[in-house]
Design a protein around this ligand. Structure first.
Ligand SMILES: N[C@@H](CCC(=O)N[C@@H](CS)C(=O)NCC(=O)O)C(=O)O
Length: 228
C-alpha cells in the first residue's frame, strides 16, 4: 500500500486517535508533528494543514491524491482501506451505536472539558464546578454501560479509542475518572495496555514532561510499564 502522511500534533487528542488506529491496523503511516509550543500553540500553522483543512486544524491525512481532515473522517477512511482488524462492529445496528458513541465522546463528553481549559487555577468558580460535575455525570453513564459489555460499543472499537483520548484530556483538566467508576477504571487499564495505545501514552508522557506540564497518573504508569 502507498505510504500516507498524517499531520498531527504532539499534544493533539484528535491526531492521537488516528495515530492509535493506524498502529492497530499496522498502516504505512508517516506521522508529521506540526509545530506546537505552550506559548504559541499551533502557530505558525503547518502549510499542508492550511492548504487542506479550511478549519486549520490537525489531524490531516494525505494518501496519494486523497487529502482529508477530521479524525472521524480519517477513521472511516482507515476502515475502508484496511478492514483488518475491524474497528467498527459488523452489524448495521451495532455499527450505528458505535459511531454514535464515538461522536458522543468528541461532541457530548468533551465540551465541558474544553470549558475547563480556560478555568484552570479558578476551579472553585461556579462555571468550573459545573463543568466538572457534568464530566462526572458522563463517567457515571459509561459506568452503567460497562455493566453489560467490556468495551464502550461491544467489541474494542474506534469508540474506545476516542474516549481513551478524551478522558486523558479530562484528567489533565482536573476532571479525572475516580474510584466511583471502577468498571471504567478497569476499562482504561485494558485499553491502555494495548500496544498501539500504550505507545501513544508513552509519547504523551514524554511530551508533557518536556513541556513541564502535569502528567495524569495512568499516563505515567503506562510510560513506566513500557520501560520494564
Ligand atoms: N473535529 C476535529 C477537531 C480537530 C481539532 O480540534 N484539532 C486541534 C488539535 S487536537 C487543533 O488543531 N486545534 C487548533 C485550533 O483549533 O486552532 C477532529 O476530530 O479532527
Amino acid at each position: 500500500m502507498l505510504r500516507m502522511t498524517l499531520y498531527s500534533g504532539p499534544l493533539s487528542m484528535y491526531g492521537a486517535k488516528n495515530e492509535i488506529a493506524a498502529l492497530e491496523k499496522d498502516l504505512p503511516v508517516d506521522v508529521v508533528m506540526v509545530p506546537f509550543t505552550a506559548e504559541h500553540r499551533y502557530e505558525p500553522r503547518h502549510p499542508e494543514v492550511l492548504r487542506i483543512n479550511p478549519k486549520r486544524q490537525v489531524p490531516v491525512l494525505v494518501h496519494g491524491t486523497v487529502e482529508i481532515f477530521d479524525s472521524t473522517q480519517i477513521f472511516e477512511y482507515f476502515e475502508k482501506i484496511e478492514p483488518a482488524p475491524p474497528l467498527w462492529p459488523a452489524t448495521p445496528a451495532a455499527r450505528a451505536r458505535a459511531r454514535l458513541r464515538e461522536l458522543w465522546s468528541d461532541e457530548v463528553f468533551f465540551p465541558p472539558v474544553v470549558r475547563l481549559m480556560s478555568l484552570q487555577g479558578r476551579l472553585t468558580e461556579p462555571a468550573a464546578v459545573e463543568a466538572i460535575a457534568e464530566v462526572e455525570r458522563r463517567y457515571l453513564e459509561l459506568e452503567a454501560l460497562l455493566e453489560h459489555a467490556p468495551f464502550l460499543a461491544g467489541e474494542y472499537s474506534y469508540a474506545d479509542i476516542a474516549f481513551l483520548m478524551a478522558q486523558l484530556f479530562a484528567a489533565r483538566m482536573s476532571a479525572p475518572m475516580t474510584a466511583s467508576t471502577p468498571r471504567l477504571l478497569a476499562w482504561r487499564e485494558t485499553v491502555g495496555a494495548r500496544p498501539a495505545v500504550s505507545a501513544i501514552l508513552r509519547r504523551f508522557d514524554a511530551t508533557l514532561r518536556q513541556l513541564g506540564l502535569p502528567i495524569p497518573d495512568f499516563v505515567a504508569r503506562a510510560a513506566s510499564a513500557g520501560h520494564d
